[in-house]
Ligand binder design. Structure first.
Ligand SMILES: [Zn+2]
Length: 141
């Protein structure tokens, strides 16, 4: 993973985060998913008054990509923090929740890079296999 690619994805995730709809938790998340063809799909968390109806930023990005025919991905960047934390000064890494890890495992291999960042220069690269070592899977018929 080249640092320029990581920085670009983090920047896109930070920009997307501005569109987060999080009136209930006040925790704004942005994600940027890089498809194999170079297209970047961004996503934000979209909460709902009926809490379980909300969706995370990672799955928003993944749903956008898959619905446009993409099935192969190179990396994802995720940024998150409370509303008062502006881009570039996030207090902590925001790692994908369990459902998002499982959703990514549907399309991505265990070595898939998951970038979590506080800023463009302060980030960590995990692998999906580290975050979800025993994902559920079924063989496609
Ligand atoms: Zn999630």
């Amino acid at each position: 993973m080249k640092s320029e690619i990581a920085g670009m994805l983090i920047q896109r995730a930070l920009e997307a985060r501005k569109n987060s709809y999080a009136p209930y938790s006040g925790y704004l998340v942005g994600a940027a998913l890089l498809a194999e063809d170079g297209t970047v799909y961004t996503g934000v968390n979209v909460e709902n008054a009926s809490y379980p109806a909300g969706i995370c930023a990672e799955r928003t990005a993944l749903s956008k990509a898959v619905s446009e025919g993409r099935r192969h991905f190179k990396a994802i960047a995720v940024v998150g923090g409370r509303r008062e934390e502006s881009a570039g000064c996030l207090k902590e890494d925001c790692t994908p929740c369990g459902i998002c890890r499982q959703s990514l495992a549907e399309f991505c291999t265990p070595d898939f890079p998951v970038i979590t960042a506080k800023s463009i220069t302060d980030y960590r690269i995990h692998t999906l296999g580290e975050l979800l070592p025993f994902s559920f899977s079924l063989s496609c018929p």
